[in-house]
Design a protein around this ligand. Structure first.
Ligand code: ADP
Ligand code: MG
Length: 281
């Protein structure tokens, strides 16, 4: 049994509620292949929720289903998803486009690949404002400068005019986060956002995401295969394996009293974690 989650007593609905989500791939021969099996996840306002599991466990597909961005061969076999009161189930592609970026922002693993190499950083960071809010180019550029500042990029007034290759990996990821913040989303999905970065830069990005949660009150779905990263940033944790949630709980409980054998294996395989989460100031 899991301990009750304080938010569950609140009158507000969760920011995101996924219930019994299953995802299958069509195969040329044989029955459909089920890669996500009856996954249920809640994310409450202002919470940073971790989904941890080894590569191939279904983390990315679960998050892509939320955005209705699954690969063509994949389909949602069952389940429901709600963003606040709104069911995502019956949304058309057009409605989903409005929602993406506007209410849900996706921060990908590889910022370099996600950024357009031929477009100035400022244009890209401000683009959601041009597309969704009817800003003109100059106005969007101006906002981009403020957004870069809010993710602690120095000299944003010159940086907005630069191209992605002039940014370090950490700065590119900050720029992606800035773009994600442009429209004040209530939910930020970060899929292994620090995996491509070295440890020092990784710690800075995690600190930034925590700060954004505190400042903007956004909820964050944080996907990772790294338990050390979970310990740094998450409030509540889902452990995923072979397409299923094998355990969920408050961060402390996952580390102090793991129930699932698989969670224990993950803990043993992460010897670098010496401090008990939640005891830091
Ligand atoms: N386009 C695809 N075609 C076929 N199988 C896929 C495709 N994308 C992912 N899968 C399979 O679905 C499973 C879950 O993938 P994914 O959600 O990307 O895992 P994770 O993000 O946890 O590493 C994996 O076993 C993977 O091989
Ligand atoms: Mg993945």
């Amino acid at each position: 049994m899991t301990e009750p989650r304080a938010h569950a007593l609140s009158a507000k609905p969760p920011t995101l509620r996924i219930r019994d989500l299953s995802i299958e791939f069509a195969r040329r021969r044989g029955p459909d292949l089920r890669v996500v099996d009856q996954v249920s996840i809640d994310i409450w306002p202002g919470e940073i929720v971790g989904v941890i599991g080894e590569s191939g466990s279904g983390k990315t597909l679960t998050s892509l289903a939320t955005l209705k961005m699954l690969p063509k061969q994949a389909r949602i076999a069952e389940g429901t998803m709600h963003l606040g009161e709104t069911s995502l189930h019956d949304r058309t592609e057009r409605q989903m486009r409005e929602l993406r970026g506007d209410q849900i922002a996706l921060i990908p693993q590889d910022a370099m690949q996600a950024l357009n190499p031929t477009m100035r950083i400022g244009r890209q960071v401000g683009e959601p404002l041009e597309l969704h809010s009817g800003y003109g180019q100059a106005q969007a550029m101006d906002s981009a400068q403020k957004l870069l500042k809010s993710v602690h990029i120095r000299e944003p007034e010159t940086r907005v005019r630069e191209y992605p290759h002039q940014f370090s990996g950490g700065m590119q990821q900050r720029a992606m986060i800035a773009m994600g913040l442009a429209l004040n989303p209530q939910l930020i999905i970060a899929d292994e956002p620090t995996t491509a970065l070295d440890v020092t830069v990784q710690a800075q990005i995690l600190k930034l995401l925590r700060e954004i949660r505190d400042r903007e009150g956004a909820s964050i779905l944080f996907i990772t295969h790294d338990l050390g990263v979970v310990a740094e940033i998450c409030d509540w944790v889902y452990v995923m394996r072979h397409g299923r949630i094998v355990e969920e709980g408050a961060l402390r409980k996952i580390f102090m009293a793991p129930q699932a054998e698989y969670t224990r294996q993950l803990l043993e395989a992460t010897p670098s974690i010496h401090t008990v989460p939640g005891t830091r100031s």
